[in-house]
Design a protein. Structure first.
Length: 314
């Protein structure tokens, strides 16, 4: 058996706080993230990295929309293409920061970004009830033009913004490429921003006007590479019960059954902690081996021993 196949696999899902918002912030944040990743490589883990792209894809979408407004002869840029662009430039910063950190430690490994497409169901209920707000604030005339194109808009403070579906991830098109890189003992960055949502049409793939919840995509990625640990990095050290209330209670440890119970009670914020808990449930399933850790990257070292963050297991 290949030595790399015996290694433990870890999927690290980077949230907004581990990436920053602007280009300079991202450069700084990826250096810090690279140190944490390098520590796992040193400890002989196989590492897959995935990440969010909220601020980044929003910036790209706004920039491309503005470009088309100034130059009407150009067609507008679909969400799927904006998502692909964000995967490219976030992956570029991440892979270079990790490569540099590894070389500084005398570790010679390739780091690759895989442009990842994620298959969604065209009949997913999310397409009938879009929830994800994207792009710039528009006036009434611009909003009407968007609706004529078949897009959905929602009224917000100061005007209108586009709103798109957030369907569930079903499959990852490039998963064999990710597995091949892992088997070659390389570090992989994949499913960035939840992946590029696509619909299967015969032998073709068509980009969907949607965004995939990044935590659920991270969970699907972790299942498909048969990871041992899924680490979800966020802005808080631990998940909490009664979040933001005087009786807030940080959670050190959760079983799957407890997680399902608290989820049903609405203990976790929709669009924030809720998808992270759901991702943990989906990833662990019935496994007695797998675990999920929800935590914050406060230092250059990421602790997965169970002493920090919220640990979720069967």
């Amino acid at each position: 058996m290949n030595k790399s196949m015996k290694k433990k696999k870890i999927v690290i899902a980077l949230g907004h706080h581990a990436l920053g918002t602007t280009l300079p912030e991202q450069k700084i944040a990826t250096k810090k993230t690279a140190k944490a990743v390098a520590a796992f490589i040193k400890d002989d883990y196989q590492v897959v990295i995935t990440h969010g792209n909220g601020p980044q894809v929003g910036m790209i979408h706004m920039a491309m929309a503005e470009f088309c407004r100034i130059y009407p002869e150009y067609t507008s840029t679909p969400m799927s293409v904006c998502s692909a662009m964000s995967q490219g430039y976030i992956g570029y910063d991440l892979q270079n920061a990790i490569r540099t950190e590894l070389l500084n430690r005398g570790i010679y490994k390739s780091v690759s970004t895989v442009l990842t497409q994620v298959v969604v169901d065209p009949y997913d209920d999310a397409f009938y009830h879009p929830t994800k707000i994207i792009g710039r604030v528009m006036n009434a005339q611009e909003a009407e033009a968007e609706e004529k194109k078949g897009n959905h808009v929602i009224e917000v403070a100061g005007g209108y913004r586009r709103i798109v579906a957030a369907p569930k991830p079903i499959d990852i098109v490039e998963i064999e490429s990710v597995r091949a890189l892992l088997d070659a003992d390389q570090i992989v960055i994949a499913s960035g921003g939840g992946g590029i949502p696509v619909l299967q049409q015969g032998n073709g793939l068509k980009g969907a006007s949607a965004v995939i919840e990044k935590d659920l995509a991270a969970s699907r990625l972790a299942v498909l590479v048969d990871a041992d640990v899924l680490v979800i990095l966020t802005g808080v050290e631990k998940a909490s019960l009664n979040f933001g209330q005087p009786n807030e209670q940080p959670i050190d440890e959760l079983t799957i059954e407890e997680a399902k119970k608290y989820l049903a009670q609405g203990q976790f914020g929709a669009g924030s902690m809720e998808p992270k808990i759901q991702a943990a449930i989906d990833f662990i399933g019935n496994s007695a081996i797998r675990k999920t850790i929800i935590t914050r990257l406060d230092s250059d070292h990421l602790d997965i021993s169970g002493t920090g963050g919220t640990v979720i297991h069967k």
